[in-house]
Each structure stands twice: as C-alpha cells, then as structure tokens.
Ligand binder design. Structure first.
Ligand code: GLA
Length: 390
C-alpha cells in the first residue's frame, strides 16, 4: 500500500466511525529456509516484506467491537465482554488478540476497526500473523499498554493458537514485528536470540509464485505434524531423558529409536535435517555462496514434499517447472504448505521471462492463473505516527 492509500484508509475511517484512528502496519514475511522448524525449537531464516496489513482503530464508549474488512467489504460486530470465535472467520485474528490482552488484565473498551492492506491473503505470506501483529501494535498504542515487542509477538502467537486454533510456531509473528529492511533474521526459536544478516539482492531477486490454492486443509494437517514431532520426541525421551525437542535430536537417535515407525521417523528426519541444513545455509550466506544456498532450498522442498508431506501437486509442479532453468538459483514451497506459494531466488535479468514462461506452463497444466510477486525485504511493524494528526 502506498502512502496515499493509508491516507485513504484514514479518511474512510473518519467517514465510517467519525473519529480519528490510530493506524498500525504489520508486514507479511518470506522464509528463505528453515520450514516447520520453529515449533521444534530450531532455527528459521525469514524476512519481512514490503507488503503489509494496516489496521485503523479508535475507542468506543461502549463494549461493542465494530470491525470492517476492506478486502471483503464485510462488517462484523462483537462484544468485548463475550469474545468467541464464530467458525473460521477473519474477525478471529483481531478478537483473539483482544482476548489475550484481557487475559493479561489489559484494560480494553469497545473499539472500531478497519482492516486493510496490500498483503495477499491466504497466499502463504503470513497474512493472519500480520493482522494479529497490526492489531497488537494498534491496541498497544490506543490503550497505552506499554507492551514490549516480544510481548506482542507472544500475544499474537497465542491468539492464533488459542482463538484461531492453529498450533503455530513463533516465526511469522516474530518476523512481522522484528523485520529489518534489507536483512534476513536468523532466529533461534528456543532462546529467541536473533541475528540480522544483510541479504544482498544485487544480481538476484526473490520471486514468489502463488499457486492460488488457499491452504484450507492446512490447519488440521499442521496440528497433526506438530503432534507427530512431539510423538517422536516422546519416544526418544524414553531412552534419552535430556532430549526436550527435535532440536536436541540427531540422526543416530532417530535411527536407533524411531526407525520402526515410518511416518514419525520421516517427519522427525525432515526436521532434524532441516535444522542442520539451515545452519549450513547461514554459512553459505556469510560466504556469499548463493549457489550452495540455492541447492539447499531444493533439498528443503524435497524433504517437505516427500518426508514431511505438506506440499501439494501445484507446489511440486511450480518447483519442477523452474528446476531446469539455470537462472533459478533455488526454489521451494514456503510456509505451512498445502497451497500458498513457492519462493525462488532468480537472477535479476531473467525474472520477467521466468514469470512469463512459468505462468503459461502453469496455466496449461492446471487451468489456473499464477500470481507472481517480487518480494522486497522491508521493515517490521510500526505505528503510522505522521497520519495521526492530519
Ligand atoms: C506457518 C506457521 C509458522 C511455521 C510455518 C512453517 O507459517 O505459522 O509458525 O511453522 O508455517 O515453517
């Protein structure tokens, strides 16, 4: 969303609710490598992008919550004293955050809110986390809660887990809030220690190819994967009591204790290998060896598809379509899986042709349209201060 669109949001808000809003922005994310490792206490290597969700919010003098989503042109009314999820609905991302704040005894009143933005929804760029983080930032400002950034990350994550029901890890929210322009974040999801690495985009671009498959199956399968990893840890713990998570597991433990259970073994093997792969990939980045990095992305895709089984035929197709192209340095499915997009590192001068060719081939094979985005690494969530006094 460009600046004047934020001003538009401000004006729509005043027309709709006759009040001056606080406006918060929270971006979507990409993840270069390290998938399904966050809830296994491993590492991830994400970055915030320059596409965001914006929420505008003001207090009401009663207990009512009035929400409006520009994208769907839909309104939703709720009661701050009686928050509940009505099936799966976009309002849950905001109400879930409000509920978490109430659980922490934060004094909330009713509020009016508009949700808007330019981040594609359900395309695997963590739009739900962006809504939650934007809401947390906006509430923090509006109700003067003085929460730290890490508090807001945890509140947004808990909202997704408890209210929406996805037992997600911390990557999406952490990235949306801690993102830094032109940098990827190497985050240790066990200690929350993190380091920013400059991501040099000279000569290459990060291209997202969107299957247009909305990952509706994702939340139940995602929760199943998480349980399967925990099952693997429980088996190993019987022999190695100091093991707390798959972060503490190596292949020899898996071969010794888990080989009899193929599904659990495959799930755990992917995660153990992926954690190791990420550590090596960070070294590639430091050495500026983008070719070695790219190979690891392909290896991640194979693991996600064959061992972790969270890909789908459209994601596999998109990776197979670009694989023979020497201007594509690395490609893989990104995020939770079962739809959404692939992330591709592509030589800059070949980007347009790649998008054109892949779009045609994808349409031929699936009959579906392919949306493509060139991701630009941007900064983390913020309050749009300058707009609060126009
Ligand atoms: C989703 C979750 C994240 C992470 C990824 C997979 O985006 O929200 O916590 O687990 O899937 O890496």
């Amino acid at each position: 969303m460009i600046m004047c669109d934020v001003e538009r949001l401000y004006k729509i808000f005043r027309q709709l609710y006759h009040a001056d809003p606080v406006i918060a922005r929270a971006p979507g994310r990409i993840n270069l490598i390290g998938e399904h490792t966050d809830y296994n206490n491993g590492f991830v290597l994400p970055a915030a992008i320059d596409k965001s969700v914006y929420v505008a919010v003001s207090k009401r003098s009663d207990n009512e919550i009035h929400l409006h989503a520009e994208e769907y042109n839909e309104n939703y009314i709720a009661d701050i004293e009686n928050l509940h999820q009505s099936k799966f609905h976009w309002s849950g991302y905001v109400l879930g955050v409000a509920e978490q704040l109430q659980k922490r005894n934060c004094p909330l009143t009713g509020f009016n809110m508009i949700i808007d933005g330019d981040l594609p929804l359900g395309a695997g760029m963590a739009s739900s986390a962006a809504i939650e983080c934007a809401a947390a930032f906006a509430f923090n400002e509006l109700f003067e809660l003085e929460l730290s950034k890490l508090d807001m990350v945890k509140i947004a994550q808990k909202a997704e887990q408890d209210f929406v029901g996805l037992q997600c890890g911390i990557m999406d929210m952490f990235t949306s809030i801690f993102g830094k322009k032109d940098h990827v974040i190497c985050l240790d999801c066990r200690s929350f220690e993190y380091e920013y690495y400059p991501f040099k985009q000279d000569g290459v671009k990060i291209v997202l190819l969107d299957t247009s498959i909305k990952h509706s199956l994702a939340s139940s399968e995602y929760n199943t994967r998480r349980r399967q990893c925990e099952e693997g840890v429980a088996i190993i713990q019987q022999h190695e009591p100091e093991v707390q998570s798959l972060r503490d597991v190596n292949m020899s433990m898996l071969n010794k204790y888990v080989a009899h259970n193929t599904i659990i073994y495959n799930r755990c093997r992917f995660v153990v290998e992926e954690i190791e792969r990420l550590v090596d990939a960070c070294k590639d980045l430091q050495l500026n060896d983008i070719a070695a990095f790219g190979k690891k992305m392909y290896a991640t895709h194979t693991g996600l598809s064959k061992l972790y089984e969270v890909s789908c035929k459209e994601l596999d197709l998109l990776v197979d379509l670009v694989r023979p192209d020497r201007s594509v340095i690395g490609a893989r499915m990104m995020g939770g899986g079962f739809g959404g997009c692939t992330i591709n590192i592509v030589k800059t001068d070949a980007v347009e042709e790649l998008i054109y060719n892949t779009r045609n081939a994808y349409r031929d094979k699936t009959g579906m349209n392919l949306n493509a985005y060139v991701a630009v690494i941007g900064g983390g969530a913020n309050i749009m201060e300058e707009l609060m006094h126009v």
